[in-house]
Design a protein around this ligand. Sequence first.
Ligand code: S3P
Length: 251
Amino acid sequence: MDINELRKQIDETDAEILRLFERRMSISGEIGAYKKQNGLSLFDASRERELLESRLSDIGDETLKPYAAQLFKTLMELSKGFQLRTVNEKNIVLIGIMGSGKSSKGKLLAERLGMGFIDIDEEIEKEQGMTVPEIFEKHGKFKFRDLENRKTAEISTLKHHVISTGGGVVLSDSNMENLGKNGIIVFLNRDIDETVRTIDTANRPLLADGAHKLYEIYNDRLELYRKWCDFELAGESTVEAAVDEIIKKIF
Ligand code: S3P
């Protein structure tokens, strides 16, 4: 068989998969709406495990099992993200000290759940046409906090986004009240020694005197992060493992 013929077959198969995917997501959305109407909880981890096992038991070619497991895991995750959208369109807000991985973990989390991703510092930089260190240098800390407060209020009105915040977002109660109105707040409490050891201080004006300053900032803010979060993720983990854990905790 020639390659063009095989490619044509793949195209046709993908078109079928796409139709089935749309159908699955649409049913999943209806289930989400039903659960909302009837006050049922959205997710049931034990049912999910059972479902995965029963799906895989039907497989014809055993060698494909790990691939199929990955596929269904992804499908279920996307369903959760979609049901979340159908039911309450909540944001997931990541807070924590500089270097705790709010951006890297946030991006992967958004991708895994089919949600939008937005980073408050990046939006401030785009709006001002300057980097965060440049804003600190030209206009000072108070001006930066003012820009941060305004941008946070604006971004809090979004729906169904993963929001990565700047480490100092918790310094203002109104920031956190705004973010909490439509958001599940997750505190990334990464191991502080590891964070100090690995942090890139280049774009962080508050660390101009060195990474060790982070200990002080962390101790000053720990209580605030804990006060405002819905739950905390403590310790060291890879980006993937942290995202797995957040998904488990939320659903
Ligand atoms: C800050 C953290 C930074 C940035 C600014 C101030 C802080 O964001 O907003 O330099 O006060 O902790 P990251 O936490 O994303 O580095």
